[in-house]
Design a protein around this ligand. Structure first.
Ligand SMILES: NC(=O)c1ccc[n+]([C@@H]2O[C@H](COP(=O)([O-])OP(=O)(O)OC[C@H]3O[C@@H](n4cnc5c(N)ncnc54)[C@H](O)[C@@H]3O)[C@@H](O)[C@H]2O)c1
Length: 263
């Protein structure tokens, strides 16, 4: 049984899909959870869902790309709960455009939220964890789109690839302080980022296990990585992708009849 009693977690982008599922899963394991989102109603809804489950949560709204807002919501978490042991960098947006169609402003906004936002929150929380002197665990939510290219997602793919190596570099910097840093790479899970594509409209043919990810699949992986069961794991990426990165990334493999294969 993975448990987090006595721990305090901060989850960014605790919106209605993966973020709230992570926040609820950590709370169900015993953590007190600060739920961040740039949308204050979403942050409050996540905290309210945890309290309705019988857990302990507060909303700490704020924009992760605003250094002052980050400092304020990290400090509020510390003021209310006395410290931070776990950080999950989950907030993201995606601009569904290609190299040929994206504007420079859209490119900057997408990479700013994913890369600079993750950096800002991680730096503020890591300094707090170092000052506390009791270690910690950070999980950055990456994506299968960080492992391979995809059309019409140039900024998102680039930034998520950056998250994978940011994770490794953070793990190097923070290991001396017993702070572990890992990433989780979801494949298509529920609706797409920003709800641009509904769950029902998403093509699952490249996913070997034949279905979309559930937000709870991602939450379970995060819980494992922040728990003591992963005490010797840092700088690692855990792909929670139903096997999609195990293939060539083509869309037909799962449906290919064995008789039609050339061997
Ligand atoms: N949904 C998928 O299929 C999928 C697949 C692979 C990876 N992911 C990753 O999983 C994570 C969660 O995805 P999701 O589908 O739940 O997305 P979502 O769009 O439902 O939720 C993201 C949340 O981040 C918040 N946010 C955006 N900008 C912010 C900012 N500047 N500051 C604070 N909060 C901000 C949004 O308001 C939103 O509530 C993201 O990192 C995403 O890239 C999702």
């Amino acid at each position: 049984m993975l448990e987090l009693h006595g721990k305090v977690a901060l989850v960014t982008g605790a919106g209605p899909n993966i973020g709230v599922a992570i926040a609820r899963r950590l709370a169900a394991a015993g953590a007190r959870v600060a739920c961040n989102d740039v949308d204050a109603e979403r942050a409050e809804a996540a905290a309210a869902a945890i309290r309705a489950d019988g857990g302990d949560a507060i909303a700490v709204p704020g924009d992760i790309t605003d250094p002052q807002a980050v400092a304020a919501f990290v400090q509020r978490t510390v003021d209310v709960y006395g410290g931070i042991d776990i950080l999950v960098n989950n907030a993201a947006i995606t601009v569904p455009k290609s190299l040929l169609t994206i504007s420079y402003e859209e490119w900057c906004r997408n990479t700013d939220i994913i890369l600079n936002g993750t950096f800002l929150v991680s730096q503020a929380v890591a300094k707090q964890m170092v000052a506390q002197g009791r270690g910690g665990a950070i999980v950055n939510i990456a994506s299968t789109s960080g492992h391979r290219g995809r059309a019409n997602a140039i900024a998102y793919c680039t930034a998520k690839g950056g998250i994978l190596n940011l994770t490794r570099a953070m793990a190097c910097d923070l290991a001396p302080y017993r702070i572990r840093v890992n990433s989780v790479s979801p494949t298509k899970t529920g609706a797409s980022v920003g709800g641009l594509e509904s769950a029902g409209a998403r093509d699952t043919r490249e996913i070997l296990l034949g279905r979309l990810g559930h937000p709870e699949d991602q939450a379970a992986a995060v819980l494992f990585l922040v728990s003591d069961a992963a005490a010797f794991i840092t700088g690692e990426d855990l792909r929670v992708d139903g096997g999609s990165l195990a293939t060539w990334g083509t869309r037909s493999q799962r449906f290919e009849e064995p008789s039609s294969r050339t061997v």
